[in-house]
Design a protein around this ligand. Structure first.
Ligand SMILES: [Ca+2]
Ligand SMILES: [Ca+2]
Ligand SMILES: [Ca+2]
Ligand SMILES: [Ca+2]
Length: 99
């Protein structure tokens, strides 16, 4: 009788993306990256790192645009940008009243 344990054992030696690196040691378990290149050495391979040049092991992406918070320039400018419609006081435009 095949036990459940046997299945779990197989999972430990699974290579989901088939790149030759088992999931347990693959820094991109779902992305084929045989080289396991990780330029910023944050433990997340270049192939699936949302900030390839910035160490961000958590891969946090607040606005969910696929670009990590650590290198998302839009997020940094976001405050003034997203409120542009309602509030313009953050970016006062000098009025040129000639009268
Ligand atoms: Ca991989
Ligand atoms: Ca990385
Ligand atoms: Ca990174
Ligand atoms: Ca983002």
């Amino acid at each position: 009788m095949a036990s459940v344990d046997a299945c779990q054992g197989m999972k430990a030696s699974l290579d989901s993306d088939g790149d030759g690196s088992l999931d347990a040691v693959d820094n991109c378990p779902d992305t084929k990256n045989a080289g396991q290149t990780d330029d910023d050495q944050d433990g997340v391979g270049n192939a699936c790192d949302n900030c390839v040049d910035v160490a961000n092991a958590g891969q946090q992406d607040t606005d969910g645009d696929g670009v990590g918070d650590h290198c998302d320039t839009k997020l940094k400018l976001g405050d003034a940008d997203t409120c542009a419609e309602g509030k313009t006081s953050a970016n006062p435009i000098p009025r040129t009243s000639s009268s």
